[in-house]
Design a protein around this ligand. Structure first.
Ligand SMILES: C[S@@+](CC[C@H](N)C(=O)[O-])C[C@H]1O[C@@H](n2cnc3c(N)ncnc32)[C@H](O)[C@@H]1O
Length: 281
């Protein structure tokens, strides 16, 4: 496990993922009853953007750095609000990763379970999330833990699967974890993050998900320049199983704007594709 998210915190891929995550958590809050947020690959929780790792790549400058400088039309600003409010005024200093973002967005009746396998990162995460009786942190393989975490007692909620993609078979591992969890908890929302580099692998991944007959799947992608298979990341995606009924329309309005604001070169674009079923239920 060599991957360190601190080098990439707040970059365009984080903005894309966290923005959509905040919209989905916001949707879950429409009902009074509590829900569960499960983060299988939690990371450090908070990232010092002036720290050594983030400064060495400077990736956040073209991600959250650009977003906070831009002014948006009111309907786009409303879609950005849950994310930007949860990040708070320190967005470009101490950037919140997925578990802290969720911790800030959840209400007292909601709960979160976060897994982090890397020993040192787990202890950092523990310190950064602090004491919170809504929170369970597990120093464990998130893929393996997932089986025992679903369905949660709340019966409503969202699972984020955000692995580092260091392993060649990550798409397959992710697909199997999703299939197992979906069988046990078919009504949960699942968000699976992936890098857009190997278009063939993504095509196969999506085709295999279709074969599993999961009825509602939405595919969202953002490219900040033309996709390439080698070198640094320039496009990213999320597969959402059981997307909130609002999400497809929100993504259709938001992602093209995001592609424009975060563009690094020709080929910046957004994709919203209903892979399976009617995303607008
Ligand atoms: C992409 S980062 C997570 C970023 C975080 N979800 C966010 O959005 O802020 C992936 C994290 O997963 C951890 N990790 C790698 N393999 C894991 C596994 N099998 N189970 C749990 N954590 C794992 C890594 O140490 C790393 O911190």
């Amino acid at each position: 496990m060599n991957y360190r998210h601190a080098f990439h915190a707040g970059n365009f891929a984080d903005v894309f993922k966290h923005l959509l995550l905040a919209l989905m958590l916001d949707y879950l809050k429409r009902k009074e009853g509590g829900f569960r947020y499960i983060d299988t690959h939690a990371g450090l929780g908070l990232y010092d953007l002036s720290g050594d790792e983030a400064s060495r790549t400077g990736e956040w400058v073209d991600g959250i750095g650009r977003l906070v400088k831009e002014s948006f039309a009111p309907e786009i600003a409303a879609l950005l609000a849950p994310y930007l409010q949860a990040l708070g005024p320190q967005a470009t200093e101490l950037y919140a990763g997925s578990p802290v973002l969720a911790q800030r967005l959840l209400r007292k009746q909601d709960r979160l379970t976060c897994c982090e396998l890397h020993e040192e990162d787990f202890h950092t995460l523990e310190r950064r999330m602090g004491r919170d009786n809504r929170l369970i942190l597990r120093h464990e393989n998130g893929y393996r833990a997932l089986k025992g975490l679903v369905p949660p007692t709340e019966r409503r909620g969202l699972v984020l699967i955000d692995p580092p993609f260091e392993e060649r078979d990550e798409f397959q591992t992710m697909e199997e974890a999703l299939a197992m969890a979906w069988r046990k908890w078919p009504t949960g929302i699942y968000a699976l993050w992936y890098p857009v580099k190997d278009l063939r692998a993504i095509g196969q991944f999506v085709a295999r998900l279709k074969e599993r007959a999961i009825p509602r799947i939405l595919r969202l992608e953002l490219a900040v320049e033309a996709v390439r298979s080698e070198g640094g990341l320039c496009a990213t995606g999320l597969i959402i199983v059981n997307p909130p009924y609002t999400l497809e329309e929100q993504a259709r309005r938001l992602l093209p704007v995001l592609a424009k604001v975060l563009a690094r070169g020709p080929g910046a674009s957004a994709l919203v594709e209903v892979v399976q079923g009617e995303a607008l239920a």
